[in-house]
Design a protein around this ligand. Sequence first.
Ligand code: DGT
Ligand code: CA
Ligand code: CA
Ligand code: ZN
Length: 580
Amino acid sequence: MEIAAVLREFGDLLEIKGSNPFRIRAYRNAVRTINDLTRSLASMVEGGEDLTELPGIGKEMANHIGELVEWGELSVLEALGQEVPRSLTDLIRLDGVGPKKAKRLWEELGVTSVDDLEQALEEDRVAGLAGFGAKSAEKIFRSIEDFRKHQGRFLLSEVDVLVRPLIRYLEEVGVVERVEVAGSYRRRKETVGDIDLLVLSEDGHEQVMDSFQAYPGVVRVEAAGGSKGRVVLRSGLPVDLRIVPRDSFGAALHYFSGSKEHNVAIRTLGVKKGLKISEYGVFSESEAEAGDSGDNKVGGAEEADVFSAVGLPWINPLLRENRGEVEAARAGELPEALKTQDIRGDLQMHSTWSDGANTLREMAEACRDRGYEYLSITDHSQAVTVAGGLKPPQVREQWEQVEEVRQLVGGIHLFRSLEVDILKDGSLDMPDEILAGLDLVLVSVHSFMNMPIAEMTKRVIRALEHPQVDILAHPTGRILNRREPFAMDVDAVLQAAAELDVAVELNAHPSRLDLHDRHVRRAKELGVKVAINTDAHSVQDLDLMRYGLDQGRRGWLESGDVLNAMSLGEFQVWKDRKNP
Ligand code: DGT
Ligand code: CA
Ligand code: CA
Ligand code: ZN
């Protein structure tokens, strides 16, 4: 169903672009075939079936489906999106707008998104176009309201590339002294609804607002007042900006960083101390404590003022979800945040042996250059045919190359490893003698993801019971905004991992971040080691570690909880824990 949706989107873009009708039809036919299937495509792919035997599925289409089954992503779609704004496909979802009308709106009115279309409707520019009457304009208006109720959230990695240039731009505005991002982005929540910017500027509000609205990435200004504005960037990301004076900047930063639940907890503590805490500052209810300026403000320039007013140390924004951080702060038991240098190795990545872009040697060198002490390359096993999974003889061949790379690349240790598929019944997709020959065995689910919860839980626990298993990779299978986690009793799986002495992965890829932060915290509580791995498919992807670190911090991990924060020596001991 999701695969059909992606192929449909691709077909939509081709049609909006006005591509060859045969090519468009190929995608439409493929979508129809897939929608008519009685079995899941994923299971057919994993069963090694030849998809080109299906009506309307050619070789190219079969390859696309393979890519989608493994990654939920289609690279040719990314490429086409450079030519035709992908946001145009949102228009087609609106009742009353088809591909032809979307094309006309784009070419004649410059409309590229639902926001643009709404604006064009408001300015009465649509009803005059050929094919659009007053009635259809009215209908489109109503369907936009519907569309708004179902809009998605943004991945941190998507937001990072949009926010950094915007901050740099604002910092260049002469009257701006300081720019901070608050909200869920500052808390490094896995997805972000909108960006909340705070700008320190004593005077020159007008210049700040004008510059903000004139930012080249802005497609639409939603609100613009004296000290507050909201715009929408071309990508659809809304940005709130507030101009704040120096003496309340810290209070505003605290307030707008949230979460709302954390703020409520802090405010409640304040009330008990006779303090009123708001985005403007910390105020004493008693006149006696009035400050020098004659008002009763007792702080607010620094964020630490807010915490110290209620007798707490500063709390890392990544912990501010009101999940016990206030109590822990009071007891002096806040976790010590993970540092980049705590990570000594990366234990999941792919090479050209399966679906990665770089060789073993290149991956090893890149890890060494990052200062890691060890790495393990975890190409897929045979069941994951779409990602070039390895058969046992290839695994043995790879070991020979591992040996060569060990000789060639000094200063880092390369482990023999694999990402072994957990089959439908919980058995592993590799014979025992291969498993025994690996230094490190990762296991993960890539097929039959729609099982009932009890069955899936049993399946995964059975896999963990295999004595060679070291790490359960991307435990819930979710892909943010694309695929829900599969139904599984995560707590039961974590308890089994604790009993069986198996580690769980926090997959750092920003579209996975799997485990979820609450489950990371639960793993820590249960004493289950967490491996923060990038699942890199290229040397560049090794940079994704920072998303895993943030998620680990949100899950209260400390370096002692993290498997790959062990030194090489400690790790060698750990990996042989079951057969010393
Ligand atoms: P988002 O944008 O949905 O990813 O999540 P946030 O947390 O960025 O939420 P947002 O943008 O609505 O508001 C930013 C922060 O402002 C929020 O984290 C806490 C603060 N805030 C907003 N509305 C309220 C409120 O009604 N009460 C309190 N205490 N804080 C609020
Ligand atoms: Ca926000
Ligand atoms: Ca906001
Ligand atoms: Zn995987």
